[in-house]
Design a protein around this ligand. Structure first.
Ligand code: SAM
Length: 335
């Protein structure tokens, strides 16, 4: 984002427009994701009268939504008034899961002020359960969550993998590895290595299904469990991407102790999270810290805070690749 909130507030008119836009675009995107409007036709342009009954929206209102999308350069009209896809609407079609998860975050965010006063997370105040318990009981949203994580990971993967220049290893364990996207990317660089993707049982079952369909999937085993109790033993690389930021310090210590008990003596733990700058400056990590307050009991941390958590569980930081505002890679070894 080019503007800080402070800069927007220097121009009150821009600030008001920004508030209107957030509201309008978020509402529009939620309609698209919930009705799957963009999936209702393909290369052959479609008319409003055909689309309206397919998505159950009256023709007049759907026409207005489509005009907004055309005005924003997302959809286009053919000369006869039929509606056509553009590369942008095609891109949006792949983002339904992210938009659905953002919808949950928005709802939870609206509950944040009440939640802060009662000591809950925004998510719990809004949905009545901690995020991962809620997802475990709601397979449709859990699937959207895993889909979104895979998409984010694919997007971040080139940066992360470029910085993760590991010595040859035998077995990598991705703790809370969702559907195994990062692990598959890492194994593509290490032809002789194998992997275990470890996640909650239902998520691991989804990972197993995805791995069966992947050409390199036979090199990865999906294992279900709870990292607050234990993690698979014997790996020489343990990946924790966007895991510690979901948990408060006490839970992070439990997770890291599980890894310390399981890791091979010459192993390496790789923590991938945003790092808060040590002194305050504009950085997306602060926004993510706020998002963690909405979602869970976690937080983003500075390198010194992370170093301390690692040291108290028997790890010494060995290498840091810092990317202000983006994911950072912190490697540590058992001591
Ligand atoms: C923010 S996601 C990160 C996913 C993945 N590492 C990535 O970056 O794409 C957190 C992951 O932790 C998993 N998780 C949450 N609680 C867990 C637990 N107690 N044991 C194992 N996995 C858990 C979730 O199911 C989810 O896949």
């Amino acid at each position: 984002m080019s503007n800080t909130l402070g800069e927007l507030l220097d121009h009150p008119q821009d600030f008001q427009s920004w508030l209107h836009q957030i509201n309008a675009f978020q509402s529009l995107l939620q309609v698209l994701a919930r009705t799957r409007l963009l999936d209702q036709w393909d290369s052959q342009p479609a008319h409003l009268s055909e689309l309206a009954p397919r998505v159950g929206i009256p023709e007049a209102q759907l026409g207005r939504l489509i005009k907004v999308l055309v005005s924003q350069g997302v959809l286009a009209f053919a000369p006869d008034g039929a509606i056509c896809h553009t590369p942008r609407s095609r891109a949006l079609q792949t983002m339904h899961s992210s938009i659905r998860v953002q919808g949950m975050a928005l709802q939870a965010g609206l509950c944040l002020s009440d939640a802060l006063r009662t000591g809950k997370t925004g998510f719990e105040a809004c949905f009545g359960a901690p995020a991962f318990d809620y997802l475990a009981a709601n397979p449709e949203m859990a699937n959207h969550f895993a889909g979104r994580m895979s998409q984010i990971t694919l997007h971040d993967e080139p940066l992360v993998l470029a910085q993760l220049q590991l010595e040859p290893f035998r077995l990598a364990v991705d703790i809370g590895g969702s559907h195994g996207t990062l692990l598959l990317g890492l194994l593509a660089q290490h032809a002789d290595a194998r992997g275990i993707v470890f996640d909650l049982p239902d998520v691991a079952a989804g990972a197993a299904e995805r791995l069966r369909a992947h050409p390199q999937g036979h090199r990865v085993q999906a294992a279900g469990g709870d990292f607050l109790h234990s993690v698979p033993a014997g790996g020489d690389v343990y990946l924790l991407k966007q895991i510690l930021h979901n948990w408060d310090d006490a839970h992070c210590l439990t997770i890291l102790k599980s890894v310390r008990a399981a890791i091979a003596p010459a192993g390496r733990i790789v923590v991938i999270d945003r790092l808060l700058p040590e002194t305050i400056s504009p950085d997306m990590a602060f926004e993510f810290d706020l998002l963690m307050m909405i979602w869970c009991t976690g937080r983003e941390r500075s390198l010194s805070e992370l170093r301390q958590l690692l040291a108290s569980t028997g790890f010494a930081v060995d290498k840091v690749s810092a990317n202000p505002g983006r994911l950072c890679v912190v490697e540590a070894v058992p001591i």
